[in-house]
Design a binder for this molecule. Structure first.
Ligand code: NAP
Length: 310
């Protein structure tokens, strides 16, 4: 029985192999495409897997994502619908995501974007700083990452509101739920953070109609998936003054094509899908645990609901 690592775009997977092997010295590990006996593959750890890959592994019992998101697996029509999918839930992933969002939020609070533009023109002009208690951050998605981020932002002194599918009780956070409460959430959100999973319901959710409901000018931080954002609508919202700027870590096409208008846009900050990168040593124990569970049929950790889509 073999655990297969599939991540064709990562140049070096040796750290992942090492982390897994340290947790389970007897574990047999293969790295795609070097697979000698496809029938031995019972568990796969996959990211950006090539199309049609699963047909060659008739004894696959479980597939784990390399990270928190599973859209690449749920959208894979070649993955049998009865193969369980699990995802990674990890404190370091949440901490790293919060630290990225905190950096972006603080930069907006203290007008770093404005000063960056002023510096290019040699302009010495100060602006009265906004204080955190006068700034409302709205987080779409109050799951593992959204809840952690919300709690930490509350501790930094921000007003924090959140929106999820189901009602939530998080100390210090005003939480809204469902489509009916979305307008109430948006009306008070000055800095909008998207931490939703990509599903049929959330694809294209960051569109002009939604951005127009924010107080003007608001700011957008998208750290979830590129397909949440209608890119042309972001440009329109910036032009219309609905938004003062956007910080984007994820894109419809990654890497972002060299000619894409976002690269040179003065109000858009681009980072290369790096807001929270999975730490192999931190997540190896849960991957090995799920590998073992999948061999015995025991309940899996962090199993994804195919019907919910996350
Ligand atoms: P999670 O624990 O599954 O939480 C998802 C949250 O979204 C839940 O609160 C859920 O509501 C809410 N939600 C789902 N569908 C909704 C809808 N239609 N309307 C309103 N709320 C909805 O996910 P997570 O671990 O926090 O991760 C969130 C996403 O972050 C991942 O799916 C991934 O795409 C992205 N991510 C990006 C990076 C990066 O480097 N950029 C790194 C890690 C993760 P309920 O609580 O009511 O179910």
């Amino acid at each position: 029985m073999t655990l297969l690592i599939v991540s064709p775009h990562r140049s070096d997977l040796s750290r992942w192999q090492q982390a897994l092997q340290t947790c389970a010295p007897d574990l047999d590990i293969a790295v795609w495409p070097q697979v000698t006996v496809p029938e031995d593959i019972t568990f796969a750890l996959a990211w950006q897997q090539p199309a049609g890959i699963w047909q060659q592994f008739p004894n696959l019992r479980c597939v784990s994502s390399f990270g928190a998101g599973v859209d690449h697996l749920l959208q894979d029509v070649d993955l049998p619908t009865d193969t369980p999918i699990v995802r990674l839930v990890d404190p370091l992933l949440a901490q790293s995501m919060f630290e990225y969002i905190a950096a972006a939020v603080m930069g907006i609070l203290r007008d770093f974007d404005v000063y960056e533009t002023q510096q290019m023109g040699g302009l010495w002009q100060s602006h009265t700083p906004t204080l955190s208690q006068h700034c409302t951050v709205g987080i779409m998605g109050l799951g593992q990452l959204g809840t952690y981020t919300a709690q930490k932002l509350v501790k930094l002194g921000f007003n924090v509101v959140g929106w999820a599918r189901s009602p939530k009780q998080i100390e210090g956070v005003t939480a809204y739920s469902g489509d009916a409460q979305l307008p109430q959430f948006l009306q008070q959100t000055q800095i909008l953070v998207c931490l939703l999973p990509l599903t049929a319901q959330t694809r294209d959710i960051l569109n002009l109609d939604l951005l127009a409901q924010l107080p003007r000018p608001a700011y957008l931080i998208n750290v979830a998936r590129g397909a949440h954002l209608v890119e042309a609508d972001l440009l329109a919202a910036l032009d219309a003054g609905y938004l003062r700027g956007a910080c984007l870590d994820v894109f419809r096409q990654e890497p972002l094509p060299p000619t894409h208008p976002f690269w040179a846009h003065p109000k858009i900050r681009v980072t290369p899908h790096s807001s929270s990168i999975t730490n192999p040593e931190s997540v190896a124990p849960q991957i090995v645990e799920n590998y073992r569970r999948s061999q015995t049929g025991a309940p899996l950790l962090n199993q994804v609901s195919r019907s919910r889509g996350y």
